[in-house]
Design a protein around this ligand. Structure first.
Ligand code: VAH
Length: 311
């Protein structure tokens, strides 16, 4: 059975539904610090669980005989700047708990998400390589860079099968994102339908790597199902699909909603976005486990608007 920590988050919600569709609802135990959407809560077993509490996780692992853990609980980039020590505690101690459960042979496989936030202001911005300068300037990025180092250490020292991808900004309609710098790319679709206008908190020319959630979920499952000897990266794989600016997403929406109006009022998140790459070289993921994205900006926009209209 699989345990998902942070199952009510932006990625966790969709990962839970996808894994339940694939392996059966009772094979996937969802957990989070608070209850999630009705559809998530109705779709299978749920446990209230604090990912920083080792004993609580151990109890759930033993009770359900868990063998795989997806650790999706974290504090994202914007919120982490407001609460650095809480972010460090959550992002790192949840990872230590899961790595140590594997070291104690209580679980056998881990998925842990990293992020393009591991890159910093002096990382090459275009087609950022798998291995390159990494001097993250955000609390969240520092926690993800440290997490990658620990994952690779536990693989090399204890043979722990921990796997990871560096997600770009993710665009989804089922759940709102929580406290990220790329959240504008989700909010903009909701506002386009609700009011026809959106005040974007990033400058119009801020180019960032992005991905539609369906691609992110299939990449995650492809990686977890790959034969272990195909995995050549045990820190975290670069993962890319598209890059765009707020101006480009506004034009993509205007093709469906011609009167849509985007305004720009950059806030503290502009500095975070400016420290990140504009595009990613994900050749290792393509080579090792056949990564292949399906969604570009236009298909993302039509999928987002179609689904949000039906909600
Ligand atoms: C954030 N959505 O904005 C997350 C992600 C690359 C961005 O890490 O913090």
């Amino acid at each position: 059975p699989i345990l998902i920590l942070g199952a009510c988050g932006q990625i966790g919600t969709e990962l839970t539904m996808e894994l339940r569709a694939k392996y059966g609802k009772d094979a996937v135990i969802a957990s989070d610090i608070r209850e999630g959407s009705e559809s998530l809560m109705d779709s299978g077993p749920f446990e209230l669980l604090d990912a920083t509490n080792y004993e609580a996780i151990e109890d759930v692992v033993m009770h359900y005989e868990i063998d795989e853990v997806y650790l999706m609980a974290a504090m994202l980039s914007a919120t982490a700047e407001k609460f650095p020590m809480r972010a460090w505690n959550l992002n790192m101690n949840s990872l230590f708990n899961v790595l140590n459960l594997a070291k104690d042979r209580k679980i056998s496989k881990i998925f842990w998400p990293s992020s393009i936030a591991v890159f910093g202001p002096n990382t090459p911005k275009k087609n950022t390589p798998q291995s390159t300068i990494m001097e993250p300037s955000t609390v969240y990025g520092i926690s993800k860079q440290s997490g990658e180092r620990w994952c690779e250490y536990y693989f090399n020292k204890f043979g722990i099968d921990v796997r990871s991808v560096r997600y770009p900004g993710l665009i989804s309609w089922k759940t709102m994102p929580g406290g990220g710098t790329t959240d504008y790319a989700v909010e903009v679709y909701h506002k386009a339908l609700e009011t026809g206008q959106y005040n974007c908190f990033l400058q119009e020319d801020t180019k960032l790597p992005m991905m539609y959630m369906d691609d992110a979920i299939s990449a995650t499952l492809n990686l977890m199902e790959a034969d272990t000897e195909k995995i050549s990266v045990r820190s975290s794989y670069n993962l890319g699909s598209m890059s765009f600016t707020p101006n480009e997403i506004a034009h993509s929406i205007k093709e469906h909603i011609p009167e849509f109006q985007m305004d720009y009022q950059p806030d503290f998140r502009q500095q975070i976005a400016d420290s990140w790459p504009s595009s990613i070289d994900d050749s290792f993921a393509k080579r090792d486990w056949g990564w292949q994205p399906k969604f570009d900006l236009d298909s993302t926009t039509s999928e987002m608007l179609r689904n949000l209209r039906q909600e």
